[in-house]
Design a protein around this ligand. Sequence first.
Ligand code: SAM
Length: 337
Amino acid sequence: MSDEEPKKKKRRPFWRKRVRRSTTGGEHKPVLLAEVLDALKPQPGQTVIDCTLGFAGHSLELLKCISPDGLLIATDLDPANIEPAREKLEAEGGLFAVHHSNFAGLIGVLAMEGVTQVDGLLADLGMSSMQVDDRRRGFSFMRDGPLDMRMDPTRGRTAAQLLNTLPAEELAACFSELGDEPRAELIAAAIVEQRKTTPIERTKELRELIERVAPVQVLRGPGAPPERKQLLGPTTRVFQSLRILVNRELASLTHLLRMLPTILKPGATAAIISFHSGEDRLVKVAFREGFRAGIYDSVSADAVRPTFDERRANPRSRSAKLRVARKSAKPPASASL
Ligand SMILES: C[S@@+](CC[C@H](N)C(=O)[O-])C[C@H]1O[C@@H](n2cnc3c(N)ncnc32)[C@H](O)[C@@H]1O
């Protein structure tokens, strides 16, 4: 026998592990793909950014269009996405750089790549199917797991930490402003009451609390919203609002929208897909204001929605809205570097 201590196996954090998920990587279907390509019209030799790499669904198609000598720069907040997406892009070949970064830090990423302006930019906001389906991330109330919800598990406060410390008013404001939840105050008060004795740590615990204090009420009769919409219910709204709060999603988007005129070359196009009314409003207002200021010479009059066929084939695309803005060929001086 040797005197040497048996070597301890170093545990890898879960976002670095290869895991079996109920969604295999290939199952994340890129939303509004044809519409995005039609808007950006990526050409060989161009430099384009995919702010939300995910499983590289959009990135891969963008890379094919700009290859062999174009450059794709892609970012994602979730470190678990980087390696699988890199492998997928490597199999395609072509020039690309992927960065584990918030798109709010895009200027720094571009500086690292020696790029100042690009020919096109895509942001496909929200979560990927793989994130939703991984119970350990805590995004979905359909699966029991720890209430984490951080897209970047290397930093920031988890949903459980926020739920168990924020004052009732802040929780209610989150559910109401980010989730449009009418019974926000009731739910926030119940959370504060419960955490006095038992902290809320798991998705199941939060779901059960919401179902107890704010059961789904299906309204019937003339003027009542469609039943399917009502059944989305308070649990969906509270979980979505918490995720937005945990990841400071509106702040990152606001930052991106402010940077856009600087990042785009004259004549370049940005395409943004959102899944939440608050995000879509931010995009719509920023594009309209940019149009009035002469920064953009063309912006979507209405959001582009998935076709019936796409919604049927990919139910997660249902709430997607795409908006597009093209930077003016001669923008006002303040709109470029
Ligand atoms: C809907 S998925 C993108 C899917 C991708 N378009 C595809 O086809 O595979 C959204 C992705 O954006 C990432 N994300 C969300 N907010 C981000 C941010 N502020 N900065 C960078 N990535 C972000 C998420 O981690 C997630 O992987």
